[in-house]
Design a protein around this ligand. Structure first.
Ligand code: NAP
Length: 315
């Protein structure tokens, strides 16, 4: 391990992590940001972000993340690739364990986000990634020009994916297990009234049909009210049923709830049971989960880290 001790290591490059980098950078802490397998986080897979304040015409998700990254760099942020596999907070400075190295840090901000959840039905895993099953319409939608596709889910993500896919697909089935969408009213109205989107209510996926390890030929669904099964003749299946928080490597240092999300302490949304270790963004928030709330938590975590470190070093 190098002898260097970082002032602050921020784990994650989504809205929360990069906002924390801007704030700790401006506080002259020269933050180190660790970039995992999905630089920029979930927003890089979103098309248009219409609700981030300050962009009346909306902004492309990838562009927004590039802007945040540049803004953080301007204030002295450094970036390194690496996924954290564990953290040792038994002595201070703390140690972050990566696959190939360890990093010592006086403060840590965990902003690792959440990964897409899959349904677990037969065929899904075998046909995932380039073979017809995906969790990202922005990334893969263009491959389904003039084809029929299905989106599974009933939240804002599912509505957004379905609407985006109407640009390419000839028809989009939106398969939801209940008879109304969980999505915000504006998104739900847009999806349910779109001429290319056909709602498949009260239905769950049973299996993804196709040539194993090659391509999708259909999605078998079951209507929960009638128990009738049918196969939707789709070439693409887009799964949008929520996320799993990326918190496992930090469980010894910060408490999590039964779904794995970091839980707030009595005094703060971003503090944990470990002094000097903070959490921000989707890994610690299963309620709001917005770009702007993640950014807000990143700001809070950065201010807490800066104040705690100043006190500790002046003691
Ligand atoms: P979500 O709101 O948690 O919705 C997940 C959906 O998947 C729900 O409709 C749920 O059904 C369904 N579902 C869960 N497990 C399932 C399973 N095993 N099989 C079938 N269906 C299943 O997740 P999200 O849509 O990813 O949104 C997450 C957050 O991000 C939300 O706060 C959302 O508002 C926000 N978001 C906002 C925007 C935007 O503002 N443009 C875009 C995307 C996301 P039930 O409804 O029956 O529970």
């Amino acid at each position: 391990m190098s002898d260097k001790v970082e002032n602050v290591v921020i784990v994650g490059t989504g809205c929360a992590g990069l906002t924390a980098a801007i704030y700790t950078g401006r506080a002259n802490l020269n933050p180190l940001v660790l970039e995992g397998v999905m630089p920029g986080g979930q927003l890089t897979t979103t098309s248009e972000v219409e609700n981030f304040p300050g962009f009346p015409e909306g902004i492309d998700g990838y562009q927004l993340m590039q802007n945040l990254r540049k803004q953080a760099e301007k204030f002295g942020t450094r970036y390194e690739s690496g996924s954290v596999v564990g953290v040792d907070t038994s002595s201070w400075p703390y140690t972050l364990q990566l696959a190939d190295r360890a990093i010592k840090a006086k403060t840590i901000i965990v902003a690792t986000g959440a990964s897409p959840r899959l349904t677990g039905v037969p065929g899904e895993k075998e046909l995932y990634g380039g073979k017809g099953v995906t969790t990202c319409a922005t990334c893969d939608g263009a491959f389904y020009r003039n084809m029929e596709v299905a989106v599974i889910g009933g939240g804002d993500s599912a509505a957004e994916e379905a609407l985006f896919l109407t640009r390419f697909a000839s028809k989009v089935y939106l398969v939801h297990r209940r008879d109304s969408l969980r999505a915000s009213k504006i998104m739900a109205d847009r999806a349910t009234s779109h001429p290319k989107i056909q709602m498949v209510w009260d239905s769950v996926p049973v299996s993804v049909e196709g040539v194993p390890e090659d391509s999708v030929s259909g999605l078998k669904v079951k209507n929960l009210k009638t128990n009738a099964e049918s196969v939707l003749p789709v070439k693409g299946v887009f799964v949008a049923i929520g996320h799993i928080p990326n918190t496992a490597p930090f469980k010894s240092a910060a408490d999590t709830d039964e779904e794995g999300y970091f839980v707030p302490t009595a005094h703060s949304q971003v503090k944990t049971k470990t002094a000097g270790l903070y959490v921000a963004g989707d890994c610690a928030d299963h309620h709001y989960r917005q770009a702007i709330t993640a950014a807000g938590m990143g700001c809070q975590a950065a201010i807490e880290a800066e104040r705690w470190l100043a006190e500790k070093e002046s003691a």
